[in-house]
Design a protein around this ligand. Structure first.
Ligand code: FAD
Length: 286
């Protein structure tokens, strides 16, 4: 089922994000993760996509197939375009078609000097247009409540986002953020720009100090005082940080739901305990 159709049936929706494991041991562990995640009945599970190389895309597609055909959950396949030619993207789209995978998160991908950049796609909106013409897929896109790091300013970033929608994206997932007011301001500006598609809020529970510091430095999300204090106080105590991070994420989600968010997208970091604790904490609200 396309994500657009899921939204026609229910709102808010809840989805999880996982990544293809890198190590052999984690590959075994991913089945356990998927079993737990599917038992929580998410509306879809998305699978991230490595920036370049065929092994990356194979793993993403294989995992998505498993989510759909073994665990009976709708998958959303992330697909980046900066390092791929049109024919390479077409090859992946054929694979997805064959596997009956209907939903794609169309992304540009980060600029990486170590991976050859191809000339066919400059922006995610180019990929959206290509997929739309290519076949009958549900298309999603990314958005940035704190403005994408390379954008000239917020206004330009929202105008660029609009191109993604005009080219065929039907649903947006936001970058992680820790201050809900930033999301509400962004949503208001997006709606004023006449972008009407559902916007899911991306939630990253802070359960690992090194991981969160890396993520924040990569994506430029700001850390409000409250979360910095939590990291400062419990950063070296794994269990305490896990409890505090989950409590913060649940608090964030309760507030988002009270503000009629379209959906919650939880970056699980392949940790089913994170998804389980959060889902339990908001059970009666969704
Ligand atoms: P775009 O929408 O193309 O935007 C990139 C920049 O270009 C922005 O600054 C935008 O304002 C600007 N821009 C867009 N269109 C135009 C235009 N026509 N003219 C001028 N400027 C323009 N990365 C991965 O490698 N794999 C993943 O699986 C992955 N999953 C993600 C999931 C989510 C929910 C999010 C939020 C991000 C994810 N990313 C992933 C990261 C993403 O690839 C990077 O943030 C990347 O830098 C931008 O991708 P985009 O699709 O948002 O790009």
């Amino acid at each position: 089922m396309k994500i657009k159709e899921i939204f026609e049936k229910k709102k808010p929706i809840v989805s999880f994000e996982i990544f293809p494991p890198k190590k052999e041991t984690s590959i075994k562990h991913i089945d356990e993760t998927l079993k737990y995640l599917s038992e929580l009945n998410p509306d879809f599970i998305s699978v991230t996509f490595g920036a370049g190389g065929s092994s990356n895309h194979n793993q993403t597609v294989e995992l998505a197939k498993k989510i759909k055909h073994v665990y009976q959950v709708e998958p959303l396949v992330h697909l980046t375009c900066l390092n791929y030619s049109r024919s390479e993207i077409a090859y992946i789209l054929e694979e997805l078609k064959e596997a009956d995978i209907q939903n794609i998160l169309a992304l540009r991908g980060d600029v990486n000097s170590k991976i050859e950049r191809k000339a066919d796609f400059c922006y995610a909106s180019d990929l959206v247009a290509f997929i739309k013409k290519y076949g009958d897929f549900g298309i999603s896109g990314a958005c940035y409540p704190e403005t994408h790091m390379e954008a000239a300013n917020e206004k330009e970033d929202i105008l660029n986002l609009k191109k993604k929608i005009e080219n065929g994206a039907e649903h947006l997932i936001s970058q992680l953020f820790f201050d809900n007011d930033i999301f509400y301001n962004f949503r208001e500006k997006v709606r004023l720009a006449d972008i009407r598609v559902p916007i899911e809020a991306g939630i990253m529970p802070v359960t690992n100090k090194a991981q969160i510091e890396k993520m924040v430095s990569l994506c430029g999300a700001s850390l409000p005082g409250k979360i910095s204090k939590i990291i400062q106080k419990y950063g070296d105590n794994k269990e305490a940080l896990f409890d505090a991070g989950i409590a913060y994420a649940i608090d964030q989600i309760v507030d988002l739901l009270a503000h009629d968010v379209d959906g919650i997208h939880i970056f699980t970091m392949n940790n089913p305990a994170v998804a389980r604790k959060i889902t339990k904490g908001i059970k009666a609200l969704i």
